[in-house]
Design a binder for this molecule. Structure first.
Ligand code: ADP
Ligand code: MG
Length: 482
């Protein structure tokens, strides 16, 4: 007896972004990734007796930077609280976090979904907290190792309201946050190294119901694809359970990528269980109006604003604008090309997202390490724009630039690639081909117009691709019809 009605999924994400500071949130120990286990711990990180935490100003400022970027209120006074729980990699017995008074209040983020919708996602809060250590289960036989290097590393926990309704929208939101934190330079976004990860809270309810259903929380997922899979699986599992008349329990679940499912980890604690209380070792974290004004003045143009400008002022397509603004380095490179070749936004966008992106991809390079500078790239595109070379030849020139053969003009010159735009020379090439293929010529004149491409191909072959395509076309048609 299934009472079948449509369901609505409800999702809220808690994203942990590691703030890119050189030292930890409350100590001067290094945060550098990849060091030997337990070589980057200060007595403060594990709360040895007699030590006192001192807040890291750079971490505070990065949290503020994020808050301003989402239009949130910044608390002039926020409180560090102890969240008490036992876990082997938390030798202190508590984690320093923020609870009642987080540094960043509510704000919002505009998210563009893959299918072109625009969502405005409410972010409830973002707070500072320290990371815990890491248990290593597969290093020692029949024993677990603990690496405390991560203990005390600064995190910004970004908490969305439960306003997302599909796995795809949740991922689109997560990507938008990922772009933003890197854009702001507050987090390197490296998901393999754990610098950006998320807990996904999922519930379902009958469509039209306003009360929230019982949720489960999927812990620590660190890839976009896994987040999507995990949420999808969880939505289906919950619907199936409810339709079978089962009751759901609030619990924490783990996503198992190998089996594509989630499984229970522990029943979910409520906030009460953590016995949060203000950390007696830490005074309130203060922020002045001057601090805020200074940080605001240093904010870059934000991704959303830049995308809008590319659409409205430069006339780029929605997809191109979104792709260019997926990270700041790409958008900045594009703008440097455009500055050197004003008015050619579409041409520049096509080439940055096309040939350049492909070459970077093939070489596994970030755009910051591009083998061709923005200015050199613009010079190449100038030669396409002024018809010195065709787009097809330009790809060869670009490939030569990539391997370090020199700048565009030098390569065009030494390889003799200049497009043949001289009417006399082109006409001679056309005539020669028409003489060589009398059968095809007669066939064409008899009505087989598809042969036009055949002639174009032959002439291009003869001119090594250097014929100016438009001119060739006009000339060829003239001669074929004469
Ligand atoms: P906690 O800190 O105990 O995990 P919060 O109430 O602060 O709980 O919520 C944490 C996250 O869970 C938020 O992102 C919020 O949007 C989400 N959330 C809360 N209730 C639900 C629900 N019923 N369904 C889906 N997400 C939820
Ligand atoms: Mg939580």
């Amino acid at each position: 007896m299934t009472d079948s009605h449509p369901w609505q999924a409800v999702i809220g994400l808690e994203i942990h972004a590691q703030l890119s500071t050189t030292s930890k949130l409350f100590s001067d120990a290094s945060t550098a990734y990849g060091a030997d286990p337990n070589t980057q711990i200060s007595a403060v990180d594990v709360a040895l007796p007699g030590t006192l935490p001192v807040p890291n100003r750079a971490a505070r400022d990065k949290a503020i930077r994020f808050g301003l970027a989402i239009g949130a209120q910044i608390a002039r006074k926020s409180i560090f609280a102890r969240k008490n729980y036992f876990y082997p990699d938390l030798s202190k017995g508590y984690q320093i976090s923020q609870y009642e008074l987080p540094i960043v209040g509510s704000g919002k983020l505009v998210v563009r979904t893959d299918d072109g919708r625009t969502l405005e996602v409410e972010i409830q809060r973002a707070h500072l907290e320290e990371d815990a250590g890491k248990s290593l289960h597969d290093v020692f036989h029949a024993a677990t190792g603990i690496d405390f290097n991560r203990a005390g590393v600064p995190l910004l926990e970004i908490v969305s309201a439960p306003v997302l309704h599909s796995a795809q929208d949740a991922v689109a939101y997560m990507r938008t946050v990922h772009t933003l934190v890197r854009w702001l330079g507050i987090c390197d976004g490296n998901m393999q190294e754990g610098s950006f990860r998320c807990d996904a809270n999922v519930s379902v309810r009958p469509l039209g119901e306003t009360k929230l259903g019982t949720r489960t929380e999927i812990k620590n997922v660190n890839s976009f694809r896994f987040v999507e899979k995990a949420i999808e699986y969880e939505i289906e599992r919950q619907i199936r359970a409810l339709e079978n008349g089962e009751r759901l329990v609030q619990e924490t679940r783990l996503y198992d990528a190998a089996h594509h499912h989630t499984r229970p980890m522990r029943s979910k604690e409520d906030a009460d269980d953590y016995r949060y209380f203000p950390d007696p070792d830490l005074p309130p974290l203060m922020v002045t109006d001057t601090d805020i004004a200074t940080i605001r003045a240093g904010l870059p143009e934000l991704p959303q604003a830049r995308r809008q400008r590319y659409l409205e002022t430069l006339g780029l397509s929605d997809a191109d604008a979104a792709q260019l603004c997926a990270d700041k380095a790409t958008a900045d490179y594009f703008e440097a090309v455009l500055t050197a070749l004003p008015g050619q936004a579409k041409l520049c966008a096509n080439w940055v997202l096309g040939e350049l992106a492909a070459a970077l991809n093939a070489g596994g390079l970030a755009i910051e390490s591009s083998r061709v500078s923005a200015v050199a790239f613009a010079h190449l595109l100038r030669r396409v724009h002024d018809a010195t070379i065709s787009g097809k030849i330009a790809k060869d020139v670009f490939a030569a630039m990539w391997t370090g053969e020199g700048d565009a003009d030098a390569i065009i010159e030494t390889r003799g690639l200049t497009q043949i735009s001289d009417v006399g020379a082109l006409a001679a090439a056309v005539d020669a081909v028409l003489v060589e293929f009398p059968v095809q010529l007669a066939d064409y004149r008899g009505g087989n117009e598809k042969l036009l491409q055949f002639f174009v191909g032959q002439i291009m072959k003869r001119t090594r691709g250097q014929a100016n395509p438009q001119q060739l076309n006009t000339l060829l048609r003239e001669k074929l019809h004469s």
